[in-house]
Design a protein around this ligand. Structure first.
Ligand SMILES: Cc1cc2nc3c(=O)[nH]c(=O)nc-3n(C[C@H](O)[C@H](O)[C@H](O)COP(=O)(O)O)c2cc1C
Length: 204
């Protein structure tokens, strides 16, 4: 076993080792708008569900390790506190990866990735039509975790409206896990797909 004091490691190495170990991570494909209504779309795997009542998801646009700049998603959320968290399945993961490229401010990644804007009901940012699950959210707290390169910013988003593709529910309204065909991020360029599912009943 090798042990590492994180204070002896550089941020890129910390980031890399933790990303390989804390995996798989679900991917939020987040659409936002700035105060002029310009649309942005970017994926975030520092993302999860944290509460059902209120329904809260959290994701983290981090400061770039390279130059300590902030992501457009974060800048937009400080201007308009709404977003859509679009869930990523295998069918769209290649386009989602394209949306993660560093385009100039104001560039709409829907166009760059070949994804389709669908108007939202409650919020200004559009949904991703190709995404199997779209969560319209309002953003409350944004909590910076530091000021240096690599520092995360916890975006606490409350889900107001959930859109689910028809085939994800059976006739009784129960979700069919196999049909979600989700993907997740691991370390480096690794991804996984939910094709190796098993059930584990809870102990009595
Ligand atoms: C699958 C995937 C997951 C990502 N997860 C994160 C993340 O959790 N936090 C982050 O800051 N960047 C993450 N990135 C990188 C951002 O998507 C990338 O920096 C993007 O250019 C940010 O766009 P923006 O500046 O338009 O917001 C991820 C990229 C990919 C492809």
């Amino acid at each position: 076993m090798k042990s590492f004091e994180l204070s002896d490691m550089n941020t890129a190495q910390v980031h890399r080792y933790l990303q390989y170990a804390i995996a798989p991570r679900p991917i939020a494909l987040v659409s936002t708008v700035n105060r002029d209504g310009k649309v942005n779309l970017s994926p975030f795997s520092f993302f999860n569900l944290f509460s059902a009542n209120p329904p809260v998801v959290i994701f983290s646009p981090a400061r770039r390790i390279r130059d300590n700049t902030t992501k457009h998603t974060l800048d937009n959320l400080y201007e308009v506190r709404e977003c859509v968290v679009n869930i990523v399945d295998y069918a769209i993961v290649f386009k989602v990866n394209q949306a993660s490229a560093e385009y100039a401010k104001g560039v709409n990644e829907f166009d760059m990735a070949g994804l389709t804007e669908l108007p939202s009901v409650h919020v200004k940012p559009p949904r991703v039509a190709e995404s199997p699950v779209q969560l319209e959210c309002t953003v409350g707290h944004i909590m910076p975790l530091g000021k240096g390169p690599g520092a995360g910013n916890l975006v606490i988003a409350e889900v107001k409206l959930m859109h689910l593709r028809d085939d994800l529910l059976d006739d009784a309204g129960q979700p069919i896990q196999e049909n979600f065909d989700l993907v997740a991020r691991l370390g480096g360029d690794w991804y996984c797909r939910t094709t190796d599912l098993f059930q584990l009943p809870k102990p009595i």
